[in-house]
Design a protein around this ligand. Structure first.
Ligand SMILES: Cc1ncc(COP(=O)(O)O)c(C=O)c1O
Length: 378
């Protein structure tokens, strides 16, 4: 059975009627939907187990602590982290990257260099610009080539004795480019730089193994991977992490995250990757065949994440999204919080369709027909 057929009934929101049509949700990169098991796990927790964690010795306090710590174990297994202590819960990717930048920032000296890439989400750019400004450090960016891949020769030229950090996205939220993490981490390590990977668009899509990636930090959000809003994960070396987790943590959200991870594990991440890659490949070739449509990112045939950004001649990106919404099809339109990349592409923004486990091939065809229909009306 196809993955979307297997999962569809688990996502009640997909039965919504929007503007008279059954919802086609192609905005999972911004935030995915959640299966019933996640919603129910959180409700069950609030109904049965809630108390604060790591402080109360009464029964509920212990149950809540156990459930919270179980989330750490599940995430550790899911991402292949060597130890459970290296999994820290944050509020999300932005929060995690901010904490890392702040912590590393304290150690930076005037003239130190931070390397990012031109395809970063603002979450992995602005915190570095801020610490660079405060510490007198310099931010440099690895250029993106015309085919959507990073210029790794340029990375080698940028890396040097003053490089302290290389921070980059695993998968681009606009281009869908899958960056070669292991290769980039090794290049950075040669000059003794720390590596920080923004995994927001990779974790929902690819099987991960932190031991194999060898990076120092890896960050992601639960709400893009079938889990709740308000919680994310920062994987990192223990020495740097110890001081970063005060206060009452997001407990019910951790319970929801456990359910999301268990859902993915039941599906099998290799199958998830295969399903979403097939959807993305069809969307890339289908959009590419519509006259006047530009598709951004790696060309057809090259592996990419579960996102396809595009533009239509003669139609503003917001009109594309509004007209598709009138057909019940939800896509994102905007700069996707990646302004430097928009400048490289020479556009103010793009439209973007993105996919998850529940997205069906039929929905991709509906989307392609709708885009072709917009062209025909111009
Ligand atoms: C690559 C990437 N990084 C960071 C973020 C920010 O994630 P959050 O809003 O969950 O902090 C996003 C969200 O769109 C993203 O796609």
């Amino acid at each position: 059975m196809r993955l979307d057929e297997l999962t569809r009934a688990d996502f009640p929101i997909l039965d919504r009627i929007v503007n008279g049509r059954r919802l086609v949700y192609l905005d999972s990169a911004a935030s995915s939907q959640r299966p019933r098991s996640v919603i129910e796990a959180m409700a069950r927790y609030y109904e049965q187990n809630h108390a604060n964690v790591h402080r109360s010795i009464h029964t509920l306090g212990e149950e809540a602590t156990e459930l919270y710590e179980l989330a750490r174990d599940r995430v550790q297994r899911f991402i292949g982290a060597p130890t459970r202590e290296e999994v820290v819960f944050t509020r999300g990717t932005t929060d995690g990257l901010g904490l890392i930048a702040e912590t590393i920032g304290r150690t930076l000296q005037r003239g130190d260099e931070i390397i990012v890439t031109e395809l970063e989400h603002h979450s992995n750019l602005i915190p570095w610009q801020l610490v660079a400004r405060d510490r007198g450090a310099v931010v440099k960016a690895v250029p993106v080539r015309a085919d959507g891949t990073l210029d790794l020769d340029a990375l080698d030229r940028l890396l040097g004795p003053r490089t302290r950090v290389l921070a980059f996205a695993h998968v681009s939220n606009v281009l869908g480019t899958i960056n070669p993490v292991v290769d980039m981490v090794r290049r950075a390590r040669r000059v003794g730089a720390l590596t920080v990977v923004d995994g927001a668009q990779a974790v929902p899509h690819l099987r991960l193994d932190m031991s194999a990636l060898e990076c120092d930090f890896y960050v992601f959000s639960a709400h893009k991977m079938l889990g709740p809003t308000g919680i994310g994960v920062m994987y990192g070396r223990r020495a740097v992490l110890d001081s970063l987790e005060p206060g009452t943590p997001p407990i019910a959200e951790a319970v929801g995250l456990t359910a999301a991870v268990e859902y993915y594990e039941k599906l099998n991440m290799d199958r998830v990757a295969e399903h979403e890659a097939a959807l993305a490949a069809r969307a890339v070739t289908g959009l590419g065949a519509i006259p006047g449509v530009t598709v951004y990112g790696p060309p057809a045939g090259v592996p990419r994440g579960a996102v396809v950004a595009f533009a239509m001649d003669g139609l503003h990106l917001h009109d594309v999204a509004a007209l598709l919404d009138a057909d019940g099809i939800a896509v994102r339109a905007g700069h996707h919080c990646a302004m430097p990349l928009m400048r490289c592409l020479g556009v103010v923004g793009t439209s973007r369709a993105s996919f998850s486990v529940y997205t069906s091939p039929e929905e991709i065809e509906l989307f392609l027909d709708a885009v072709a229909g917009l062209r025909a009306k111009l």
